[in-house]
Design a binder for this molecule. Structure first.
Ligand SMILES: *Cc1c(COP(=O)(O)O)cnc(C)c1O
Length: 434
């Protein structure tokens, strides 16, 4: 006992071990020191050999800086809400790291005076949508609508089609948000049909604006009619269009998905959208439109409560000015390329993996019901859970009794990680079976 106590490694010696350097940098000295003290106690009591102390400290410390796990998105859903919507581009990730320290987000380094917050990100957004007289960025799409409602429609009426009273997900309903901020919704038309005359009859002294909401997660088919933004001109009140997805310009593969430029040109006074759907950037709410209206929103007291942080501004600027973000890259990939990748991946995994054609989707971000031709690697469905439990987690989807690892939303650089993860599981299976 006496002997073991003398052999307990000293705190400084353990803390100086190179193996603990990354943990010290990441977690700080007090946290690591607490783990060292615990391991020394175990050593003193004979539960741990002196040369096991460093390993015990490492085992006691969290392996990653956060408990959020990295996920390889093999679901075939490009903008997956449960996986954090749009993955950021490498440029945006670098921008995040750079902005994490002190930055000139609100300082003009030229003059040394206070500068306009996030001026570069706003300029990039304005440059991307020249039809917008003014632009502003808030926390998310819901915040953009909330600011418009607060600034323009508190105690007044918003005219909206019954077919556009949308619930986005997780119980978030656009009409309830607007009513909670003191606007009264004046519903026009029916679930499936609305005409310009319906809007004309409803607009009056109390109308703050007419709202168009893009049904971004459902489709009404059959006997339907809606009034496009063009058809809502000349009613004497502003037209606000919530386009949802954040497409700034038309996308050739998504012809029915509204975009900011076209919507503004059609006569919308304000457009609201999310930053982390088809735009492929960070969570943000974009407001674009008539300069005077945007200025009113920006100056409204509530705007401060919806303000975005420097990290969002940095990532948004990099998304807008940098190389094509992953969401756009996924949408630009041809199905033949995906099938070729699936064949290579299936070959790298070996039996029973098989390349198959599949069908992907944009997801919660827009283009409901539009199938995106894709390709996948098919595997026995019993692998779904163990792959999901791995690190990184690999999340596919089960179709016709098989697990499909769809390549549409998976960056090609991650193929070898998937191959490795699946091979290891299969090898483990084979050993267990013997
Ligand atoms: C996604 C969406 C919203 C909500 O945007 P968040 O960024 O999730 O707050 C609002 N309107 C439409 C049409 C949407 O598609």
């Amino acid at each position: 006992m006496e002997d073991a106590r003398r052999r307990v490694p000293r705190t400084d010696a353990v803390l100086g071990d190179p193996a603990l350097a990354p943990a010290l940098a990441r977690l700080g000295r007090p946290r690591v020191k607490a783990a060292v003290t615990a391991a020394q106690a175990a050593c003193r009591e004979g539960r741990l050999a002196p040369d096991e102390v460093v390993a015990a400290v490492l085992a006691d410390l969290p392996a990653a800086p956060v408990s959020m796990r990295r996920v390889l998105n093999a679901t075939g859903v490009v903008v997956h809400t449960n996986l954090g919507r749009a993955p950021l581009s490498a440029a945006a990730v670098e921008a995040l790291a750079l902005a994490a320290g002190a930055t000139d987000v609100e300082l003009d380094l030229e003059t040394g005076l206070r500068g306009r917050r996030g001026a570069a990100a706003l300029a990039a957004l304005a440059a991307a949508v020249p039809d917008a007289g003014g632009v502003h960025v808030v926390n998310n799409g819901a915040a953009a609508l909330a600011l418009v409602t607060c600034a323009l429609a508190a105690g007044r009426e918003v005219v909206v089609s019954r077919g556009e009273l949308v619930e986005i997900g997780d119980g978030f309903r656009i009409p309830e948000l607007m009513e909670s901020l003191g606007a009264r919704l004046r519903e026009v038309g029916t679930t499936n049909r609305v005409r310009r005359e319906d809007y004309e009859r409803a607009v009056g002294d109390r109308t703050a604006f007419v709202l168009k909401v893009h049904p971004s997660n459902f489709r009404v088919e059959g006997f339907t009619s809606a009034v496009p933004v063009e058809g809502l001109q000349g009613l004497g009140v502003p037209v606000v269009a919530d386009i949802g997805s954040g497409l700034l310009a038309p996308h050739p593969r998504l012809p029915d998905e509204p975009d900011a430029a076209t919507t503004l040109r059609a006569g919308a006074d304000l457009v609201t959208a999310s930053g982390d759907k088809l735009l492929g950037g960070p969570q943000a709410g974009l407001l674009l439109g008539e300069a005077g209206l945007v200025q009113r929103l920006r100056r409204h007291p509530f705007a401060r409560a919806l303000r975005v942080d420097k990290l969002t501004l940095a990532a948004l600027e990099a998304t807008l000015t940098g190389p094509v973000p992953p969401v756009a890259a996924a949408l630009a990939t041809r199905p033949e390329e995906l099938l070729e990748r699936a064949r290579r991946l299936a070959a790298a995994i070996g039996a029973p993996a098989e390349a198959v054609v599949s069908q992907g989707h944009v997801g919660g971000g827009g283009a409901p019901g539009v199938p995106l031709p894709s390709a996948a690697v098919a595997l026995p469905h019993r692998l779904a859970a163990p792959l999901r439990h791995g690190s990184p987690a690999i999340v596919g989807h089960v179709h016709d009794g098989r697990l499909l690892l769809d390549l549409l939303a998976l960056p090609p650089d991650d193929d070898h990680t998937v191959a490795h993860g699946v091979r290891r599981l299969l090898a483990h299976d084979a050993e267990g079976g013997r």
